[in-house]
Design a binder for this molecule. Structure first.
Ligand SMILES: *Cc1c(COP(=O)(O)O)cnc(C)c1O
Length: 360
């Protein structure tokens, strides 16, 4: 038996919801999608939810909806999943990488502010591992410099600062990939309070149409199916309990792990623990610890071993000069994520603690 880093839960109710859609014959975007959008936006306190076929297209559509293009710079962290950067590149804009806060692993507001140039149009922090980025400060910086604020919330369903949930500060993209805190198979959603951005997003995901065969903007097919949305509606009902269990599992590990750096939750924040990420101590070979845990059936994984600014796609670009991001590079060498998903049993949690404490 092995303890996977993620264990998506598909229960009887998800199966029944899918069967009902199949029997209805209404397979593509329709009433189920609209109901899922309303429920997911309401849960976060956002005005609009626009469902997409995955989190990557949610990010891409957000870049398009704001009209970013060649010459525009978007400040993002390098310590993230690649899609954070490829979304910026998808509109031929330039990703500008800034360093992270070593405590939360999220984009540092000071570093982001220092990266602003006359060409900067937007900042997009990532709520990495389920910890909300410091949106209060990002909001102030964006306002002061006249920048658009976006959120890569793909890992942070329900995360909050002082009770205010992510997805309510900027144009925010979520993912429902099976490893995320809730799933629709493949799926994504953008939340926004801006009526015009919402209207554009709805057109962009559906061939740029505002009505049948009238194409107002360039759009594509980024639509979610009713099948996916039906799963999402059921999953969303379980999300609060799953989040509570993730937080409880994290507290269990925090209280018992001895030789490693345990995750920090900034004051007032609700960290939803998409990942429970430790720092291996100096002098320990992180990759060796990962390998040993894997051999002992514990699905520890590194998110992310190579920061985006050092990926070959960038380092081989003509004229590219990799910025110096010491905290990002240090984190990439030291972090290790342990299974924290809500389906962990007491025995599995105890085994994880025992094995990690024996190795570090
Ligand atoms: C998962 C993820 C995405 C992309 O979502 P997909 O649904 O897999 O396309 C984007 N950004 C981050 C930070 C993610 O973790």
């Amino acid at each position: 038996m092995s303890i996977g880093i993620a264990r998506p839960v598909i229960g009887e109710r998800e199966k029944q919801a899918v069967m009902a859609v199949l029997e209805s014959g209404q397979l593509v975007q329709g009433a189920e999608v609209a109901a899922f959008e309303r429920a997911f936006a309401d849960y976060h306190g956002a005005r609009h939810g626009i469902a997409m076929n995955n989190g990557t297209t949610a990010l891409m559509a957000s870049m398009m909806a704001h009209g970013f293009g060649p010459g525009d710079e978007v400040i993002i962290p390098s310590f993230s999943f690649f899609a954070t950067a490829s979304a910026v590149l998808s509109v031929q804009a330039t990703p500008v990488f800034a360093d992270i806060d070593p405590a939360t692993y999220c984009l540092s507001p000071a570093a982001a502010e220092a990266a602003i140039t006359p060409r900067t149009v937007a900042i997009m922090p990532v709520h990495l591992y389920g910890h909300p980025a410091d949106m209060t400060r990002f909001e102030a910086i964006a306002r002061q410099h006249g920048l658009v604020l976006l959120e890569d919330a793909a890992q942070a369903h329900g995360a909050a600062i002082a009770g205010r949930r992510v997805g309510t500060w900027g144009t925010a993209s979520f993912s429902f990939y099976p490893s995320k805190n809730m799933t629709t198979g493949e799926g994504g959603m953008v939340l926004t309070d801006d009526d015009e951005i919402a209207r554009k997003l709805r057109m962009i995901r559906n061939q740029g149409m505002d009505q049948q065969y009238r194409h107002e903007v360039v759009g594509y097919n980024f639509r979610m199916t009713n099948i996916a949305a039906a799963i999402g509606r059921v999953q969303l009902e379980s999300l609060p309990a799953w989040t509570e269990q993730r937080i409880a599992n994290a507290a269990y590990f925090n209280a018992r792990l001895t030789g490693v750096g345990t995750p920090v939750t900034a004051p007032g924040c609700t960290h939803v623990f998409h990942q429970y990420t430790i720092r291996t101590p100096e002098g320990k070979e992180r990759d060796a610890v990962e390998k040993r845990l894997n051999e002992r059936s514990i699905g520890a994984r590194v998110y992310y071993p190579r920061p985006i600014h050092l990926q070959p796609v960038f380092t081989t670009m003509p004229g590219y000069a990799a910025p110096s991001l010491p905290e990002t590079e240090k984190a990439a060498r030291e972090v290790l994520s342990l299974p924290v998903h809500p389906m962990l049993t007491e025995e599995e949690k105890a085994l994880i603690v025992q094995e990690v404490n024996a190795l570090c």
